[in-house]
Design a protein around this ligand. Structure first.
Ligand SMILES: O=C(CO)[C@@H](O)[C@@H](O)COP(=O)(O)O
Length: 234
């Protein structure tokens, strides 16, 4: 596709987003959320009908800002430097088209989250850390085969109107969203952490539920009072 060249302002924003995404992909490695070339992170380009995503199948140690691929919201490559975008590009594009509040998306195959996804079982909200970050259970989305809008549609149908920024796509793995890519990466990290804790709790017995009103209070506090003034929990 011979796309129009980016305006100088857009090019500046894209360059900064490429830098951020290059760093954020290393966070997936640092938190042990991916193996080999699995997983991907994308970010919406503010003010543009564009997003930037990881190139497909490139080892994490070779990812650079310049290797990140710029796509339009239909998933067509605008500036890729000869690299193909992630095989999940259609899913990310679908979410960006249908959830305008989403600025970042992450997909991983993290172990415990995938174990819950393989069972098609939502992670119940039985920890205060879950109430904080997810405000509910971590839901399960439908089984969907890569290659068209199916995965994206399943993410949107499951997360629209749901507090959780994470969805476990059945028999596949977690996708997370956020107002920006860093928030989506954090949700992926927290998703794997609570999936592991609740799995272990299940092995020891039946986890105890948290009163829904307490979940509401915890979630509100975390989103509005946690951390330093002027900073968001996301
Ligand atoms: O899970 C899938 C596709 O849904 C993997 O192929 C994905 O994690 C990694 O693919 P990419 O390297 O981003 O193309």
């Amino acid at each position: 596709m011979n796309a129009e060249p980016l305006s100088p302002d857009a090019a500046t924003v894209v360059a900064a987003l490429r830098e951020e995404l290059s760093e954020l992909h290393q966070e997936l490695v640092r938190y042990d959320l991916v193996v080999w070339t699995g997983g991907n992170v994308s970010g919406r380009v503010p003010g543009q009908d564009l997003f930037v995503i990881k190139p497909s199948g490139v080892p994490y140690e070779r990812l650079t800002p310049q290797s990140m691929v710029v796509c339009d919201l239909e998933g067509r490559v605008v500036d890729g430097g000869g690299l193909k975008p992630s095989s999940d590009t259609a899913a990310h594009a679908y979410v960006y088209r249908h959830m305008p509040e989403v600025g970042g998306i992450v997909h991983t195959h993290s172990t415990y989250a995938c174990a819950w996804a393989a069972r098609g079982e939502p992670v119940p909200c039985v920890l205060t850390a879950m109430a904080d970050e997810f405000g509910a259970e971590i839901p399960v989305g439908p089984f969907a085969v890569i290659g068209d809008d199916s995965i994206g549609r399943g993410i949107v149908e499951t997360l629209t109107g749901h507090r959780s920024p994470a969805v476990l796509m059945r028999n596949h793995g977690p996708f997370t969203i956020g107002p920006g890519p860093r928030a989506a990466v954090k949700a992926a990290v927290m998703c794997e952490d609570v999936a592991r804790s609740v799995h272990i709790s299940h092995q020891l017995g039946r986890p105890l539920p948290i009163d829904p009103e307490a979940v509401d209070r915890l979630h509100h506090r975390y989103r509005h009072a946690y951390g330093q003034p002027g900073t968001s929990a996301q």
